[in-house]
Design a protein around this ligand. Structure first.
Ligand code: ATP
Ligand code: MG
Length: 453
């Protein structure tokens, strides 16, 4: 008993809070100042000149230390929004619940927020402990404590080139360990999205989630169903575009977090070639991300769900349904099932449908129809999708390449290609016969055969 009391007392004496934060110089954090946004530096400088403290914070510091290119730069300061705004020529206060300032420099916006206090148990929560409102300004230390993971709670002072670290985040980051600040289960209950974030940062950094941070997730995974679906959708997109999408998907399935996001993936992985198809699609996505290119969400969802659509499409055709009609039914069916668990925004849904529908048209289109397809805004994506199917050995790669070449050609070249195709079709028999042949091929395998008929 007594030893416990002494241990507690000694423990409190040496608790991290009483030691204050660690301050790390360039030799320990390794941030190359040239990789830091000059606009973010400017915001810190101006705030400093006016007697405030200001730091670059969050994802940018994490990525800079990890040697990754930050997506954007956020600043945290002890100045209030009303104190920040007048210091900059183009700055606006945004947000209702928790106000922050957008400082605008041409294309770049530096999100500048006031230090904020963590949950103190008095804020509004839902029945599961999810915080609905928190709007208290706080101290620097409090601001660090309300952040999710130790590696996300780092503050970079670009003027002193110093990193301020309240939670040993740099050590965790160097070990590539995602560790929750505070009690993991409580913090997942406050905001279930943190479970998804834990997996994403581990995958992105090619690291792991610390055992105690990972442990509660399996049990708490169903809580994501209480999160507004638009936020989940955004988070799912971030997972799929973090540069290691397949790894994310595997982790999600392992802890059951996929159930509230994309439960159909279980059925898809059970289909013949299903997992391979998703893997191919996500490998392409990762490659695009690494090359700094954009990824279209509609293409991603079209690819993730395709094998289920494809299977249904083939079944319906075998039952005698017209190929195009069969694909429409199959698409609606799969999208309905997906949107029951997690709605996909309508505009994306429309694009996903177009990408799928064009797969049936590649197969049977007339020269006039080809010209019309070329006008279609999703034609490029549909041709990319056809290439993906060719890579998965679902369609003939020579045919897929013909469409890719057509997409890349100028008008004159396109005219030649389409004419040559017509010639080929004519010389291989009457239009009637070739149409029949094309249809029978599509029935068996859904093979596009623009130049085979
Ligand atoms: P990304 O690369 O996805 O932008 P990020 O860490 O910058 O990663 P943001 O959503 O931009 O993520 O958030 C910025 C910072 O705000 C985080 O680094 C973290 O400190 C804090 N934060 C964000 N979301 C949460 C959350 N759900 N709970 C606690 N802190 C959070
Ligand atoms: Mg960010």
């Amino acid at each position: 008993m007594l030893t416990d009391t002494i241990k507690n007392f000694v423990g409190r004496l040496f608790a991290p809070i009483s030691r204050g934060p660690e301050r790390l110089g360039p030799e320990r954090h390794g941030i190359d100042r040239r990789a830091v946004s000059r606009h973010a530096i400017k915001v810190c400088e101006v705030l400093n000149q006016h007697g405030f403290s200001a730091y670059i914070v969050g994802g940018a510091v994490r990525d800079l230390i990890a040697g990754l290119q930050p997506k954007d730069f956020d600043v945290a300061t002890n100045a209030t929004p009303d104190q920040i705004r007048p210091l900059f020529r183009r700055a606006r206060i945004i947000g209702r619940r928790f106000q922050l300032v957008h400082v605008v420099f041409g294309q770049e916006i530096i999100e500048t927020s006031t230090f904020r206090a963590p949950a103190n148990g008095e804020e509004d929560t839902d029945d599961h402990g999810r915080i609905l409102r928190d709007n208290l300004f706080g101290t620097h230390e409090e601001d660090a404590a309300r952040r999710d993971f130790t590696l996300n709670a780092l503050y970079y002072d670009p003027l002193k080139e110093e990193v301020i670290d309240f939670h040993r985040g740099v050590t965790d980051l160097k070990k590539r360990t995602v560790r929750m600040i505070g009690d993991p289960a409580t913090r997942y209950r406050e905001d279930p999205v943190r479970m998804l974030r834990a997996l994403r940062f581990a995958a992105k950094l090619d690291g792991t989630v610390a055992p105690a941070t990972l442990a509660p997730i399996k049990e708490l995974a169903p809580l994501v169903s209480n999160v507004p679906s638009s936020r989940l959708f955004d988070e799912l997109l971030k997972l799929l575009t973090c540069g290691r999408a397949m790894e994310c998907l595997r982790q999600l399935r392992e802890v059951g977090l996929h159930k509230g996001l994309i439960p159909l993936i279980d059925a898809i992985f059970e289909l013949e070639g299903g997992e391979e198809f998703v893997e191919l699609a996500l490998a392409r996505t990762d490659a695009r991300i690494r090359a700094g290119k954009t990824v279209s969400p509609s293409f991603l969802f079209a690819a993730l769900l395709w094998k289920l659509v494809y299977q249904r499409w083939q079944e319906l055709m075998q039952q005698g349904e017209h190929p195009i009609q069969a694909l429409v039914i199959a698409s609606d069916d799969v999208l309905d099932r997906q949107t029951r668990s997690l709605p996909i925004q309508r505009r994306f849904q429309a694009d996903v449908r177009e990408i799928w529908f064009m797969q049936a048209r590649f197969d049977r289109v007339t020269p006039k129809g080809i010209w019309r397809m070329l006008e279609h805004p999703r034609f490029r994506a549909a041709v990319d999708f056809l290439q993906l199917r060719a890579e998965a050995k679902e369609v003939d790669s020579v045919d897929a390449q013909w469409w890719m070449d057509l997409a890349n050609a100028d008008h004159a070249k396109r005219t030649d290609m389409i004419e040559a195709l017509q010639q080929q079709r004519r010389s291989s028999g009457s239009g009637q016969r070739s149409r029949r042949r094309r249809r029978s091929r599509s029935k068996s395998a859904g093979t596009p055969a623009p130049n085979a008929a």
